[in-house]
Design a protein around this ligand. Sequence first.
Ligand SMILES: N[C@@H](CCC[C@H](N)C(=O)O)C(=O)O
Length: 296
Amino acid sequence: MWADNPAMRVRFTKMQGAGNDFVVLDERRGPLGLSAAQYRFLADRHFGVGADQILSVRPSPAAGLDFEYVIHNADGGEVEHCGNGARCFVRYVHDKGLTTHNPVRVKVHHGAISLALNPDGRVTVDMGPPIFDLAQVPFAPAGLASRPSGGWVAWPLPLAGGEEAPVAVLSMGNPHAVLRVADVDAAPVGTWGPQIEGHACFPRRVNAGFLQVLDRSHVRLRVYERGAGETLACGTGACAAVVAGIRQGWLDARVDVQTRGGVLTIEWAGNPDAPVFMTGPATTVFEGEIDLPDLS
Ligand SMILES: N[C@@H](CCC[C@H](N)C(=O)O)C(=O)O
């Protein structure tokens, strides 16, 4: 599958946050200039290291910020945001002694976010406010009629075989479609997930969340991630699902989200300008070096 002609030896740190796993690269001295195929190689669980996303730590591009971090999905595409990655990022820069700042302010694709390491070792991220403007998601519901549902609007996405997925649509800096289901274990994540991810209404594709409400402060969630498939947890997906549930009137302002890889706590005051806060674990798994093939 992969050519066997090493072009570059790369040091990396393998990390995970609630089971969403990452290869972290130190690019403070400058971008390594990896191709999409080389990101795919790093993410490959058989030929590379294995990861859902690759995180690149870069120097601050502006005064008042500590670093920039850039995210690539396992499919090699660059993306705007990654909640679990943000927590691992701050754990990385603290464990490596790259900063003593707490909180750490970091540039991501769509702006800056603030990340705080808590005394219990968990990390709290100020994810900024959710984005409801459909053009910004981006979501182009050509020909679809929305259905009011509680304080929200559900879009009935047509799927194969005449099925329909009523989704709430919003952005946490990256696009999300959230669907309420009775039982996440029985939800059609493997069949509906890829159809929603690549649906024509989402010109940049979308992350598809399947939300089960247990009570007003406890939910279960599975996410079929854009560019990575189903992961054990998705931080931005947890934020999007809780925001959708609060807007619908199903949830209170503080919710524990049980994913397949761990629990994330999401807080949102409910007004459109209020930031979403996400708290959860971030762990280093191992460090290593790998020879990257010359893949363009
Ligand atoms: N795992 C992430 C999200 C990573 C990016 C996502 N797949 C996308 O394409 O937007 C998280 O924890 O938020």
